[in-house]
Design a protein around this ligand. Structure first.
Ligand SMILES: Cc1ncc(C[n+]2csc(CCOP(=O)(O)OP(=O)(O)O)c2C)c(N)n1
Ligand SMILES: [Mg+2]
Length: 398
């Protein structure tokens, strides 16, 4: 009986009528904002407002982000770490946004924005120690791997529950308003996250209260195996802003300069008391959702092909070359620098003891451990001394 039901085609809503009604009107209302085309040329009269040195710096960050993602995926395949989730192909959405913020602005990341933490000073070694869950892990194994946090850089913990970042950032914006702080938080989330209730609750509240906050929706086409066309009938994500009465902008998410300029506008509006902005950053998830996913199960390889030509890193490279800021030799130097930086960090991160000390299990609950924690720790130590399998469940006698 069960098998019969599974064999049937899934029930799908008929989106025809809604799509006919929309028929391009929102694409017109929310044109894709772009500054640099795929060949690295400025689009129709656009000005490059970002100074050359900053652009070169951002290019290096993007190279680092890509190279790190590739290396960490390999590490997972080698069995040296358990899990990784990165942003291959989406680098412009991470580095372009954060570059446009002020240092005091809090970042509420989803799970692909590691690059934002690095820009705010998180050492690569500390990031990697979290991947290993070893003694160098700042959160002492209490988070998932690849879920770093970096309070000194105003970077809230990476969190997997989707869209929770939206309501959290809205709360932070409200607090900033009450305290009179010049602080504009940014919330990162994906296209799939726009179906979660936190997205709607957060956007509505932010608009009603005219809060200083930026919503960065990375529309990478997929929510694990669900394509965005099955996620929503809206032609764009940006148009969802209309329903809440806020400004929406659709941006080429593979164009670093467009992302930077749109974020800067949104930040300026927020800081000037003009309320929140929903940015739709149109990009593409080039790899699987995470190392736990195999996109070959649901996505033909051909659909990825056109996006290879839109690579955000190649685009900046071409722009830099056209402006005489980079040549082949300079590019090779940068890539080698980044490779060595990652290699050195990896060596250092792997050298930490494999586990945080056992007493860390009882820390961070109270300012000072109480009698109960002290007794539990003593009991655990006795048990560990009596039987090595307590400390290392994989320990085999003999
Ligand atoms: C509240 C909640 N529901 C479901 C999930 C399971 N889940 C993990 S990732 C994901 C897809 C999210 O897609 P999207 O928002 O487009 O982000 P992307 O992975 O593409 O960056 C889902 C549904 C979750 N993490 N949290
Ligand atoms: Mg997505």
């Amino acid at each position: 009986m069960k098998r019969e039901r599974a064999a049937k085609a899934p029930v799908r809503a008929d989106h025809g009528t809604a799509r006919e009604w929309a028929a391009g009107r929102f694409l017109e209302e929310f044109p894709l904002y772009r500054v640099v085309d795929e060949e690295g040329r400025l689009v129709g009269g656009a000005q490059l407002e970002l100074p050359g040195s900053e652009l070169l710096g951002l290019y290096r960050w993007m190279l680092l982000g890509r190279s790190l993602d590739e290396r960490m995926i390999t590490l997972q395949r080698q069995g040296r770490i358990g899990f990784y989730i990165g942003a291959i192909g989406e680098e412009a959405t991470v580095f372009g946004t954060v570059a446009a913020l002020e240092p005091q602005d809090w970042i509420f990341p989803s799970y692909r924005e590691h690059g934002a933490a690095f820009m705010r000073g998180l050492p690569l070694v500390t990031f990697m120690a979290n991947l290993f869950g070893n003694a160098g892990d700042l959160v002492k194994g209490r988070q998932m791997p690849c879920h770093e946090s970096w309070a000194p850089g105003h970077f809230v913990s990476i969190s997997s529950p989707v869209a929770t970042q939206v309501t959290q950032a809205v709360g932070a914006a409200w607090a900033a308003r009450i305290q009179g702080d010049d602080m504009v938080p940014i919330a990162f989330f994906g296209d799939g996250s726009t179906s979660a209730h936190d997205f709607h609750t957060g956007l509505n509240f932010a608009a009603v209260m005219k809060l200083p906050v930026v919503f960065a929706c990375r529309n990478n086409g997929w929510a694990i195996s669900t394509p965005s066309a099955s996620q929503t009938v809206s032609e764009t994500m940006a148009q969802k802003a209309i329903g809440y009465g806020m400004r929406g902008e659709r941006v080429d998410g593979n164009d670093l300069i467009a992302v930077w300029a749109a974020t800067r506008r949104a930040r300026q509006r927020a800081a000037a008391g003009q309320g929140p902005t929903l940015l739709e950053l149109v990009t593409y998830r080039m790899e699987g959702h995470s190392t736990s996913d195999d996109p070959r199960a649901y996505r033909p390889a051909e659909v990825v092909e056109p996006w290879k030509r839109k690579d955000p890193i190649k685009r900046v490279q071409k722009l830099l070359e056209a402006r005489g800021l980079l040549d082949e030799a300079g590019d090779a130097v940068l890539r080698e620098e980044v490779r060595l930086e990652i290699q050195a960090a990896l060596r250092e991160a792997e050298a930490f003891p494999p586990k945080p000390p056992v007493e860390s299990l009882f820390e961070d609950v109270y300012a000072e451990p109480g009698w109960a924690q002290r007794e539990q720790l003593a009991e655990l130590r006795r048990a560990m001394d009596a039987d090595p399998r307590v400390a290392n469940p994989r320990h085999v006698e003999g």
